[in-house]
Design a protein around this ligand. Structure first.
Ligand code: NAI
Length: 332
């Protein structure tokens, strides 16, 4: 099992690579960045776990060398947010970075599962898909936008709210839609742990807003030094771990991810009918298997408030998706 991290020397990349080094299923870990990967790789290589670590830089075919033979590629390359910067503002820089890296994956590891962390995820995932289409290697079942941090935050914030922070690992809240602001839709009525029956409408709205804009808390606290890195590394390793378990044959693993609805034609069609829009991508509960997406789950029963949140997410999602698709089409 070869895992590769592109952007491995960054704020997310380093702790994510550390966590992947501790995953016992991974036998090879390839690290690529435009800086510092030999050092990060040397450091991690002293940890007594199975993965053999290699760090490469762009010269001398570094990207080709790390990607060759990859089963799973995680991309946290790109600039993060600072106060006053939203995820869409990152598009100008990160769009180009993701397009170039996707071109590398399409060329050297076209069958790998691709997990996109670089923001804006709502647009960078369509970029990867379009690049793969251009190279004739597109398989919608294998490309995932990592929205796990929203899911992790929802678990933590709900556990805090119900007064049992220690229960956070057991709290499961589906978070659907996309990965920025109002496109992040927590389905709190489907939480494994019910919210207090006497929760006021204002407190409910504040919880939803905290899940949607939780990233801003970190951006503000870091005060110009970037956005979430450690919690994102944890979330990225969680999702990668699930994908790896599915690749190894475990069945029944379900996790939210931002995927192409074409990954499961029937499920995607049913989901599009539920959301009342013909979107190419959407984050939903996805069942994972050896070939990637096995099934896109329906949203299920929504409250009136949740249906409103889904409705509010759709226009921004449509715009974000179009931005990513157009960016690639304009370049060819
Ligand atoms: P960072 O600046 O600390 O690290 C980014 C790394 O990417 C740097 O080491 C840089 O050298 C590298 N890089 C830049 N261009 C590259 C290229 N062409 N090839 C390979 N590596 C390249 O940033 P940080 O904090 O690690 O964030 C990375 C990305 O993850 C940002 O776009 C950020 O917005 C996103 N993010 C996504 C989240 C999510 O939930 N999906 C949550 C938090 C951040």
């Amino acid at each position: 099992m070869k895992a590769v991290v592109l952007g491995a020397a960054g704020g997310i990349g380093q702790p994510l690579s550390l966590l992947l080094k501790t995953n016992p299923h991974i036998t090879d870990l390839g690290l690529f960045d435009i800086v510092n990967t030999p050092g990060v790789a040397a450091d991690l290589s002293h940890i007594a776990t199975p993965a053999v670590v290699v760090g490469r830089l762009p010269p001398d075919d570094g990207l080709k060398a790390v990607l060759t033979g990859a089963d799973i590629v995680v991309i946290p390359a790109g600039v993060p947010r600072k106060p006053g910067v939203n995820r869409d503002d990152l598009f100008k820089i990160n769009g180009g970075i993701v397009k170039d890296l996707a071109t590398g994956i399409a060329s050297f590891a076209p069958k790998a599962f691709v997990l996109v962390i670089s923001n804006p995820v709502n647009s960078t995932v369509p970029i990867v898909a379009e690049v793969f289409k251009k190279h004739g290697v597109y398989d919608p079942k294998r490309i995932f936008g990592v929205t796990t941090l929203d899911v992790v935050r929802a678990s933590t914030f709900v556990a805090e709210l119900i007064g049992t922070p220690g229960a956070a690992p057991d709290v499961v809240v589906p978070v659907v839609g996309g990965h920025s602001g109002v496109t992040i839709v927590p389905l709190l009525s489907q939480s494994t742990h019910a919210l207090p029956a006497d929760l006021s409408a204002d407190a409910f709205a504040a919880l939803v807003k905290r899940i949607q804009f939780g990233g801003d808390e970190v951006v503000k606290a870091k005060d110009g030094a970037g956005s979430a890195t450690l919690s994102m590394a944890y979330a990225g390793a969680e999702f990668a771990g699930k994908v790896i378990r599915a690749l190894k044959g475990e069945t029944g693993i379900v996790a939210p991810s931002f995927v192409a609805l074409a990954a499961d034609a029937a499920g995607g069609k049913a989901l599009a009918a539920e959301i009342g829009a013909d979107l190419e991508f959407f984050s939903a509960n996805v069942e994972l298997g050896k070939e990637g997406v096995v099934k896109i789950h329906a949203l299920g029963k929504l409250t009136g408030a949740e249906a409103e949140l889904v409705k509010a997410a759709v226009p921004e999602l449509a715009t974000n998706i179009k931005t990513g698709v157009t960016y690639v089409l304009d370049k060819y």
